[in-house]
Design a protein around this ligand. Structure first.
Ligand SMILES: [Zn+2]
Length: 85
């Protein structure tokens, strides 16, 4: 069980991520020349190709914020996320 003092929680994520509709997908940069995004919680790097220490797929919001699988599992209950089927 995750508590509210988990190091990945800044206290701000709830302002823009609570109750969001998430979609599971392979990582795609939002536009050409954009190299990567990071998990909103643990800062794991997302990359389009599989690479050591990087996630190549995960959960994202409509406004293109990414959450890795591990953080999704850990925080889905607190953040009350909905998953697009
Ligand atoms: Zn993460």
């Amino acid at each position: 069980m995750i508590d509210k003092h988990d190091w990945r929680l800044t206290g701000h994520q709830a302002n823009y991520l609570h109750g969001e509709l998430l979609r599971y997908a392979p990582y795609r940069p939002p536009r050409p020349g954009w190299t990567h995004d990071r998990c909103e919680f643990c800062w794991t790097r997302f990359a389009p190709q599989k690479r050591e220490g990087c996630a190549s797929e995960g959960f994202h919001t409509e406004d293109h914020r990414w959450i890795c699988e591990c953080c999704y599992e850990d925080f889905k209950v607190i953040f009350d996320w909905r998953l697009e089927g």
